[in-house]
Write a protein that binds this ligand. Structure first.
Ligand code: HEC
Ligand code: HEC
Length: 382
């Protein structure tokens, strides 16, 4: 549909502040993770890098983390739901920037990257292996064993159950050290925000064109997207019910109300024995939010690089961004719990412009390219 374009008007103070808060320049340095003693150790990141791409950590010797979290697809897989030995229950999210989140998974059933990394290894639909087999490989591959001993002060113990679990947790900690290096890059939108912050012309088309500017205004205003997608990663890291349909033949996803119970019961959680921080402050877990509004709620995902990570939503319900925006516009009744979003009454061209704005959030990870591919095999295989 062809529309007269009303020229965009200048931003007011509040809008300028909101734009600055979304910019990557507002992203603080990654906070330390005291629960993981090797979180920022380069030797651990190298070990984790090798493990992330290691197909021998699977039942059939063919599945690695990178099967589903593919660097070339911004660490997603282009599928509605993850596929390895079987099919995952949900859509594969990106890992880029996820170190900032206090919760992992759509339902937040893990509370650190290192505890999360253990789950796919033993998931029968994903790697389908076991902690004993993971540790046996590390113990028998000289390059792995040397690196493990240097980092964790001795060979992985395969005797006592508690020691096996500790060694398994160490594997997750090395993988997390690698994942912490995967950072979102600077997009067209961030350049525009920096230009504005420097006092530049709000309508400088070299940064955002009029459609994109209109989309940005709708994103923060009529579309109400920033109620949940806020901050430099475009997520509040909270759980919300957005009224998504369940997949045909499946019960509606209970989301966070189950995820909270699972994270509380997880032996690898922050309050468990494998946290390296003797203080065990764990404010997120101790004061975890409860309530009926969490039924059917999932974690707000980042929107960085969103144009390149189709299909969308926790079950891959939407193939395109246009479908996602249409969904918010209609705001259907939730199948379970209560949809927090309300109908928006967007015009078709307004939906198009929100999409145009989302396209300005694209940028490859701001991570040295060497980390974005498998390490040379000869380095870790002898
Ligand atoms: C079969 C495909 C598949 C494999 C293999 C796989 N993942 Fe995932 N990953 C997923 C899916 C699907 C989810 C979301 C599941 C959910 O939320 O219930 C996910 C979620 C995650 C998350 C949470 C991100 C966030 O923001 O919530 C991280 C981190 C992650 N995976 C890392 C890994 C690591 C590390 C490995 C290897 C040890 C791995 N994954 C192996 C499919 C896979
Ligand atoms: C009430 C909070 C809330 C509001 C308001 C909201 N979102 Fe979301 N958004 C979410 C949550 C939660 C999800 C994940 C839902 C799921 O898949 O289970 C999500 C998912 C998405 C996705 C899919 C991301 C992916 O990786 O699959 C896109 C795109 C998106 N939202 C864009 C928008 C836009 C554009 C607006 C404004 C029109 C908006 N959102 C408003 C909370 C919100």
């Amino acid at each position: 549909m062809w529309q007269w374009l009303t020229p965009p008007t200048p931003w007011d103070e509040a809008e300028l502040g909101a734009i600055a808060s979304l910019s990557i320049d507002a992203l603080p340095p990654l906070p330390p993770d005291p629960t993981n003693a090797v979180a920022d150790d380069l030797a651990a990141a190298e070990f984790g890098h090798a493990l992330f791409f290691e197909p021998r950590l699977s039942d059939n010797g063919m599945i690695s983390c990178s099967t589903c979290h593919q660097p070339i697809r911004y660490f997603t897989d282009g599928l509605p739901r993850g596929v390895a030995l079987g099919m995952s229950k949900r859509n594969t999210p990106t890992i880029v920037g996820s170190a900032y989140s206090p919760w992992m998974y759509w339902d937040g059933r893990r509370d650190s990257q290192w505890s999360q990394a253990l789950a796919p290894l033993e998931d029968p639909n994903e790697h389908g292996t076991s902690r004993m087999r993971v540790l046996s490989l590390v113990a028998s591959e000289p390059a792995y064993r040397e690196r493990y001993e240097a980092l964790f002060g001795g060979p992985p113990s395969l005797l006592e159950p508690a020691e096996i679990d500790r060694a398994f947790a160490n594997i997750g900690k090395a993988i997390a050290a690698y994942e912490r290096l995967l950072m979102p890059g600077r997009s067209k939108f961030d350049d525009y925000a920096a230009h504005l912050a420097a006092g530049g012309d709000y309508r400088e088309q070299a940064y955002l064109d009029d459609d994109e500017l209109h989309g940005l205004r709708l994103f923060m205003g009529k579309g109400r997207c920033t109620e949940c997608h806020n901050g430099p990663l475009f997520t509040n890291n909270e759980f919300h019910n957005t009224g998504l349909l369940s997949l045909p033949g499946e019960l509606p996803d209970r989301g966070r109300s189950d995820g909270r119970r699972l994270v509380e019961a997880d032996p690898f959680n922050c309050l468990g024995a494998f946290n390296d921080d003797p203080g065990r402050a764990c404010p997120e877990l101790r004061y975890v939010r409860t309530g009926v509004e969490l039924i059917g709620a999932t974690r707000t995902p980042s929107l960085r690089n969103i144009a390149h990570t189709a299909p969308y939503q926790s079950k891959g319900q939407h193939a395109t961004l246009a479908e996602v925006i249409q969904h918010y516009d209609v705001a259907p009744l939730a199948m379970i719990g209560h949809n927090e979003a309300e109908p928006l009454g967007l015009k078709p061209w307004e939906r198009d412009r929100i999409e145009a704005f989302l396209d300005t959030l694209s940028a490859p990870p701001a991570t040295d390219p060497g980390w974005l591919q498998a390490p040379p095999a000869e380095r870790w295989r002898r």
